[in-house]
Design a protein around this ligand. Structure first.
Ligand SMILES: Nc1ncnc2c1ncn2[C@@H]1O[C@H](COP(=O)(O)OP(=O)(O)OP(=O)(O)O)[C@@H](O)[C@H]1O
Length: 248
């Protein structure tokens, strides 16, 4: 993780400006504002149903907000979608949804869809295959891979166009302990050069990977700060989680 002490306004890479999303009268996200700066690896923390996925979809432009704005590297994700998508890699909650394709054909397909040249695709495929450790499964249908491998294929797809910003929705959910360790190591490595927002409802994820926490509950931001401010041991973290979610 980089030193973030000397950042200025130009270093804001992910920005939510009073974002809200209503379904009828129900607010899945309400007046959500925060800025993630270059070099930060931020955890988007909150209980199930808090509004993490909704906010991430608003940030990435997959959902349009009822009110507010989202910017990636300064680009509005509704009105400057193409520019924003060039700097953004978004890993949605359930990873890639092309079960009949192989990782090799999927990566090639996405490289072409992004307008990369043949030699760019070959060079980047080699790099992301190595980074995500996919050599063993390149020719197997994605639908037949373990959840851990599918998650890594999703990562490779997201990294192919060398985005500076990564938004990942629960990247370790449903993985076994070894797979969790691998994905965390990969995210730590990516955090050396990229700005990352990852959602989780697991407090330990925060300590393991992040230098910033944005905590959301019932669609609203209830804490934004350094992980240390949440507590320094598992019991303190647990108490803080209960306090922020209003649980008794
Ligand atoms: N299309 C929709 N229509 C109605 N309600 C929705 C819709 N999408 C999400 N919601 C509701 O908005 C709230 C926030 O959902 P969201 O998926 O953003 O939460 P989350 O924090 O990502 O939860 P999880 O950790 O379980 O993935 C939930 O109550 C959910 O049921």
């Amino acid at each position: 993780m980089q030193d973030t002490s000397s950042t200025d306004a130009n270093d804001v890479m992910i920005e939510a400006v009073r974002l809200s999303k209503y379904y009828g009268l129900f607010a899945a996200a309400q007046n959500v504002s925060f800025q993630i700066k270059k070099g930060e690896v931020a955890a988007f923390l909150g209980p199930n149903g808090a509004g993490k996925s909704t906010t991430m979809k608003l940030l990435t432009g997959y959902l349009s907000p009822s009110t507010g704005k989202a910017r990636i590297a300064g680009f509005d994700t509704q009105t400057e979608r193409l520019e924003a998508s060039k700097v953004l890699g978004y890993l949605p909650e359930n990873g890639p949804l092309y079960p009949d394709m192989t990782p090799r054909s999927l990566l090639k397909f996405f490289g072409q869809a992004r307008g990369m040249t043949g030699s760019q695709i070959r060079r980047r495929m080699e790099e992301v295959i190595e980074l995500c450790n996919l050599q063993q499964v390149l020719g197997k249908p994605i639908g037949k891979l373990s959840k851990g491998y599918r998650q890594r294929v999703g990562m490779a797809q997201v990294l192919l166009h060398e985005p500076d910003v990564l938004i990942m929705d629960e990247p370790t959910s449903g993985l076994d302990p070894n797979q969790i360790r691998d994905v965390r190591n990969l995210i730590r490595k990516l955090g050396e050069t990229k700005t990352i927002l990852l959602s989780t409802h697991i407090l330990q994820e925060v300590e393991a990977m992040c230098n910033r926490v944005v905590f959301i509950n019932e669609g609203r931001v209830v804490f934004d700060g350094h992980p240390n401010e949440l507590g320094s041991n598992p019991a303190e973290l647990d108490n803080k989680f209960h306090e922020l979610t209003g649980a008794v």
